[in-house]
Design a protein around this ligand. Structure first.
Ligand code: GLU
Length: 593
């Protein structure tokens, strides 16, 4: 969470958690109660930008794009013009849920062996693939911002970009999170002159408390404001992006040592020009009388969340027995991950997706869960062509990153935006496009580099113009046709389990939303050990170990979620993390406490 002396604290409506550092510093807490619209993001400046739009008559989509463009400035290692993501939207007037797929696409020349080193026939190491031109896909961010505004917004992109450009010019205060993200990536960032110039002043991460400005990004935003997104997809900004991919700006005077050659990529201007957002129907399933809407392929989030919830519903552990609830959650997510690995990729047929999200499939899978003993992991996927309890041989599914960002927004009319976007790893492929001020994504490393499913086809191998499988899980839950909850999180594949666990905490265990967000997390993604936050391990580890679960490795943090609950009479609870990733920022237009 960063705070910025941009807006007077008095103009913001939020829960104050600390005295403002100065009269001009907005301080937004992790939870805000009230009505008339609200927003939760990881970052106070972005939340303030969205709230400002809501307060001046903008709707949830306007506010969301304002916040996203601002996050491109203040969270430049997860967001910005070269990111991609998934947008889920509840339209209050039409009572419909729609989505935008703004995921990156691979180059037209991409083949299944794209990440295989021709010199030795072996897959590249992850970091070698990441910090290269090969990992960058055509970004969906700007097309997604533009599409969302054109479909549902009342503001246009140029004005919102100009506001974000002003933030980039003014700058923000470097906090511990920001500095740490640079420190963690020192060797990768240190290989490129353009990245060094922006984020390693004098060869080291910027000092805490200094002001981080980005005039190149301000100029990029203003150029797009003037010329439209064609300046990016078919114009000079895209040309600079392609040049960076094809000729990485490798420094002759690097900071730190990088263990790998830095390989150029093959993305072209034609690839950029061919980019289109998609508008797939959301996934939908029933859970305890609620309708759960999520993101369809190329994200696996919607089907995996639906499948695990359906299995939980089938087993139906008593809420009074927290150990059984958690045991069932862990087993259900292991099964859902096995099926995700076997069946879900960009081109999974609709009938398969529907089957995975169905109650019948949940029954076929839930039959393997015993209340007395955890299954040995990894578990096999189910046989999609069979009926009955028929697991296939188990295969491991590789994992992905830990970065990304999420926001939740609503407006006075009751529209809801749930949106997750990312560069994949913190700092993407490590390259700032020279003169343009934004970083490139490494989203294509979300493909499997080699087949993972033994004799079965792998649904997530690279292919021409293909979008890599994601775990992003922006989710909107309706109760009797009206919004009840909206939530999402970063965290690579653990996004799915974080979303599941917050839903479990709120809906099954009955925790108030802020507690459901704050509760310690654990993630079982069909691996031998459960990844758990230390507090979860301490609190529930002994009882779950008795049931045969194995823990390890522990993770300091899982996820950095945002969420919203819609209460009676138009009330909202906007909720961000109290602690994880430095704490998030929630605000509402009219606070009620
Ligand atoms: N690239 C990942 C995905 O799409 C997200 C990365 C992360 O959250 O760290 O699933």
């Amino acid at each position: 969470m960063r705070i910025l002396p941009v807006l007077a604290a008095a103009t913001l409506s939020s829960t104050l958690i600390a005295a403002p550092a100065s009269a001009s510093t907005p301080v937004l807490g992790p939870t805000a109660y009230g009505y008339g619209g609200g927003i939760a993001t990881v970052d106070a400046t972005a939340t303030a930008a969205g709230l400002d739009v809501l307060r001046h008559g903008g709707n949830a989509v306007d506010a969301a794009v304002a916040a996203a463009a601002t996050l491109g400035v203040t969270e430049p290692f997860v967001a910005g013009p070269a990111s991609g993501g998934f947008f889920v939207y509840y339209d209050a007037k039409r009572h419909t849920v729609s989505t935008i797929d703004g995921r990156e696409t691979g180059p037209a020349t991409m083949t299944p062996t794209y990440f295989i080193d021709p010199a030795d026939g072996l897959p590249y190491d992850f970091q070698e693939a990441r910090v290269s031109g090969l990992s960058t896909g055509v970004p969906g961010a700007l097309a997604m911002w533009d599409d969302a505004l054109r479909q549902w917004g009342t503001r246009r992109l140029p004005g919102l970009l100009r506001d974000a450009a002003a933030v980039a010019d003014r700058g923000f205060v470097v906090d511990a999170q920001f500095r740490q993200q640079i420190t963690d990536n020192l060797a990768a960032f240190g290989q490129f002159d353009s990245t060094k110039a922006l984020y390693l002043p004098g060869g080291a991460p910027p000092a805490l408390g200094t002001i981080q400005r980005n005039p190149d990004l301000a100029a990029t935003y203003r150029q797009i404001a003037r010329q439209g997104i064609g300046a990016f997809y078919r114009g000079p900004i895209g040309a600079d992006l392609v040049k960076t991919v094809q000729h990485p700006p490798v420094s002759s005077n690097p900071v730190g040592t990088w263990a790998y050659p830095i390989r150029p990529g093959v993305l072209t201007m034609d690839d950029l020009a061919a980019y289109r957002v998609r508008r797939p129907a959301p996934t939908v399933s029933d859970f305890r009388g609620l309708k759960v809407y999520g993101m369809s392929t190329p994200s696996s989030g919607g089907t995996a969340v639906s499948e695990a919830l359906n299995i939980l519903e089938k087993v139906d552990p008593s809420p009074a027995d927290v150990t059984q609830v958690l045991h069932t959650y862990l087993e259900a997510s292991a099964l859902a991950f096995a099926d995700r690995g076997r069946y879900v990729g960009a081109y999974t047929p609709n009938e398969v997706l529907k089957k995975l999200a169905s109650d019948r499939w949940a029954a076929q899978r839930a039959c393997q869960i015993s209340p007395a003993k955890a299954m040995a992991k990894p578990v096999g996927p189910g046989d999609i062509n069979a009926s009955g309890c028929t697991p296939a041989p188990a295969t491991a599914t590789p994992d992905n990153g830990l970065s990304t960002t999420n926001m939740t927004v609503t407006d006075r009319w009751g529209n809801v935006v749930e949106w997750t976007f990312t560069l994949e790893q913190f700092g993407g492929n490590g390259m700032v496009v020279p003169g343009r001020g934004f970083m490139l994504n490494n989203e294509l490393t979300d493909f499997n580099f080699t087949p993972t499913q033994g004799a079965f086809p792998d649904p997530n191998l690279p292919g021409p113009g293909k979008r890599p499988r994601s775990s992003m899980s922006p989710t909107i839950v309706l109760k009797q046709g009206k919004p009840f909850l909206a939530l999402g999180s970063p965290g690579g594949a653990s996004i799915i389990t974080t979303v599941l666990q917050i839903l479990l905490n709120r809906v099954v265990l009955g925790m108030p939303l802020p507690d459901a967000m704050a509760a310690p997390r654990a993630s079982q993604r069909n691996t031998a050990g459960i990844q758990a936050e230390p507090a979860f391990h301490t609190q529930y580890g002994p009882a779950l170990t008795d049931l045969g679960h194995t823990f390890g490795p522990d993770m300091a943090e899982l996820g950095a979620a945002t969420a919203m609950e819609f209460t009676r009479h138009g009330g909202i609870i906007a909720s961000a993390e109290p602690v994880r990733r430095g704490g998030g920022a929630a605000g509402v237009v009219h606070p009620s406490r």
